[in-house]
Design a protein around this ligand. Structure first.
Ligand SMILES: NC(=O)c1ccc[n+]([C@@H]2O[C@H](COP(=O)([O-])OP(=O)(O)OC[C@H]3O[C@@H](n4cnc5c(N)ncnc54)[C@H](O)[C@@H]3O)[C@@H](O)[C@H]2O)c1
Ligand SMILES: O=C(O)C[C@H](O)C(=O)O
Length: 320
């Protein structure tokens, strides 16, 4: 069977890390595409040389021409700019929307059968615009954020409880902003829902509240430390988990920005929800039971996403 072809659109910090992980995991042959000349070629060659040390057989190529992504099975999009300290993700909207238009047209022309994972911020609005610019089916275009947000939530819970990250299942819902919704009642440590964990004295309510707040602001915490850009290791791992579930038809349930068609009482927008990812793309959305407080937090987060969609429409009238 031929090897899968993975096109990475954007060869910056996340793009390079994605290429490295994809090669080490022998997930498929990798095309690293970027507008910067030399960067994708240099990173592809560097990782290809490393493959002789880690002993995996994959081809890597750098490209500045969309023709090179032809026939890609998966496209992971990180093209655009990241934020710096003092900025919000929303400040990136104007510049990254233009990038999404160019990328969407490139994918439409050369890789119309791909499963597309968007990472570029502000995530929920960018994946919505990218789907329209590419014209690909909505179930084949998805956004990465929830896997990252819930990984942060899980890591902070592991640190606080001393339990292995492997035995923690954390969930977040909503847009990829500071008003995202860490799902306290649905997240578990060793099978125990978090409120039960507090009842049993594993951690205090104050500590749990602080973890929820830290999760919401997790991206900004890294930006403040790095100063020159944003997180890239955990975001790359998160997108690889999504790509792997698609390529291997694993049908993992992962929180992703997914197009809603009535689920959670919403339609015609992308927002973070748990979804089964398999060979069909975003195959089935899992609907959590939510109480009034969770509904209100989710509604606030959705409102922020809708505000960004309106801002995109004001810039590009082709978006509907
Ligand atoms: N969704 C998430 O959870 C999440 C997590 C981390 C970062 N991000 C976002 O991902 C994006 C990329 O982050 P990064 O750290 O890799 O940034 P980076 O600056 O290191 O890389 C971005 C790359 O995009 C390239 N680029 C710019 N315009 C392009 C175009 N028109 N076509 C092709 N390539 C183009 C640049 O040359 C650069 O190499 C940012 O918008 C960041 O905010 C999202
Ligand atoms: O915070 C950012 O700007 C990058 C990304 O969205 C993150 O959550 O790490």
């Amino acid at each position: 069977m031929a090897r899968a072809k993975i096109a990475l659109i954007g060869a910056g910090m996340i793009g390079g890390t994605l290429a490295h992980i994809a090669a080490r995991e022998e997930l498929g042959d990798v095309i690293l595409f970027d507008i910067a000349e030399g960067t994708p070629q240099g990173k592809a060659l560097d990782i290809a040389e490393a493959s002789a040390v880690f002993g995996k057989d994959v081809a890597l190529k750098g490209a500045n021409d969309y023709a090179d992504i032809a026939g890609a099975d998966v496209c992971i999009v990180t093209a655009g700019v990241p934020r710096k300290p003092g900025m919000s993700r929303d400040d990136l909207l104007g510049i990254n929307l233009k990038v999404m238009k160019a990328v969407g047209e490139g994918i439409k022309a050369h890789a119309p059968n791909a499963f597309v994972i968007c990472i570029t911020n502000p995530l929920d609005a960018m994946v919505w615009a990218l789907q329209q610019f590419s014209g690909l089916p909505k179930e084949k275009v998805i956004g990465m954020a929830g896997v990252l947000d819930s990984a942060r939530f899980a890591y902070f819970l592991a640190e606080a409880t001393g339990v292995s990250v492997e035995d923690i299942h954390a969930w977040t819902l909503g847009g990829h902003g500071d008003d995202m919704v860490p799902m306290v009642r649905h997240s578990t440590v060793g099978g125990l829902p978090l409120p039960e964990l507090v009842k049993q004295g594993w951690l205090t309510q104050e500590k749990l509240d602080a973890i929820v707040e830290r999760t919401r602001k997790g991206g900004g915490e890294i930006v403040a430390l790095l100063k020159t850009g944003s997180a890239f290791y955990a975001p790359a791992e998160s997108a690889i988990a999504m790509a792997t579930s698609y390529l291997k038809d694993k049908k993992r349930v992962l929180p992703c920005a997914t197009y809603l068609t009535g689920q959670y009482g919403l339609k015609d927008l992308y927002v973070g929800v748990p979804v089964v990812i398999g060979a069909g793309g975003a195959e089935k959305i899992v609907e959590f039971e939510t109480n009034d407080a969770e509904k209100a937090m989710f509604a606030k987060s959705v409102e922020s996403v809708q505000g960004l969609m309106e801002a995109c429409k004001a810039i590009d009238s082709s978006l509907v």
